[in-house]
Design a protein around this ligand. Structure first.
Ligand SMILES: [Fe+2]
Length: 287
């Protein structure tokens, strides 16, 4: 597992920086203007952490960082600055999104249903460079629920290339065919090859939506999606995150996944405990 445990003294240093911001809004404002982790630059352990996390992301497509505590996204902003990229905003000045799983929604980001291996922002011209996710509340049914996985593109392609014909079909679908993706809220349709060089963009939901909107009715789409899912399961390792644990994942060289989530009702139907997390995206690295 590409996993790093932050020790107490480094945690204290990170918390020291995160704690200087009265609100997450303040942290976001600074993160958009300058290096939010600048006070840590003289800290040898921080510099070592930066190198370790960068090499895990380069070599494995992701890393799980343990030992932090959830603080509404402040330490997530500090940690994500390791990626040496620009913070992406979802509306002016806002970087950190908060998602809480709900049994009463079909929205992909917070439904309790199992997700698919996917990349984020897959129909944009330039998808995010990376995704950073910090657990706030663990799933009440963990570890049976909320399993997470990341599959590194080279491992996925190797797995698909090593099996029977249907997997070869999936390999061709990913690497050779021109396909289309869109989603409910997008007027545009993205078209192109899903794997280009050492990068991938992929979301089964977006493929299905484009197939429906364009009336393609591709007969083997579901079997190819299922084949890619099986290969991704085979080529990845399950993990769980507790409060404060943070996953940094390349959104270009890896697909991420989470399994079905659970809820524990305090008072049906409106009051329940469920998994929640903070999510942010990074744009291309600063050059
Ligand atoms: Fe995602």
């Amino acid at each position: 597992m590409p996993e790093v445990l932050i020790d107490r003294s480094l945690k204290a240093a990170i918390d020291g920086v995160a704690g200087t911001f009265a609100t997450v809004d303040d942290a976001e404002t600074l993160a958009l203007q300058s290096d939010i982790a600048a006070p840590l630059r003289a800290h040898p352990q921080w510099l070592m952490l930066c190198r370790t996390l960068s090499s895990f992301i380069d070599d494995r497509g992701y890393v799980v960082v343990r030992g932090l505590e959830p603080d509404e996204g402040r330490s997530l902003l500090v940690l994500a600055s390791v990626l040496k990229a620009t913070f992406d905003t979802y509306k002016p000045g806002k970087i950190v999104k908060h998602f809480r799983m709900s049994p009463w929604t079909t929205e992909l980001s917070h439904t309790t249903r199992a997700g698919d291996f996917h990349t984020d922002g897959n129909i944009s011209t330039t998808p995010p460079f990376a995704t950073a996710m910090q657990c706030e509340h663990e799933d009440p049914g963990a570890p049976e629920y909320a399993e997470q996985r990341v599959v590194f593109l080279p491992d996925l392609l190797e797995r698909l290339g090593s099996l029977d014909r249907i997997d070869t079909d999936a390999l061709c679908f990913l690497t050779e065919e021109e396909v289309a993706m869109t989603h409910e809220r997008a007027a545009a349709v993205w078209r192109g090859r899903l794997v280009q060089g050492d990068t991938i963009r992929y979301h089964p939901h977006s493929l299905r939506m484009a197939d429906m909107r364009l009336g393609l009715a591709r007969p083997n789409l579901e079997s190819i999606i299922a084949s890619i899912h099986r290969a991704a399961l085979d080529a990845s390792t399950p993990f769980h995150t507790g409060p404060g644990d943070t996953v940094l994942v390349s959104n270009r060289t890896a697909l991420h996944y989470r399994g079905a989530c659970s809820v524990r009702f305090v008072r049906f139907p409106a009051e329940f405990e469920s998994r929640s997390l903070y999510v942010l995206h990074m744009k291309d690295p600063v050059v």
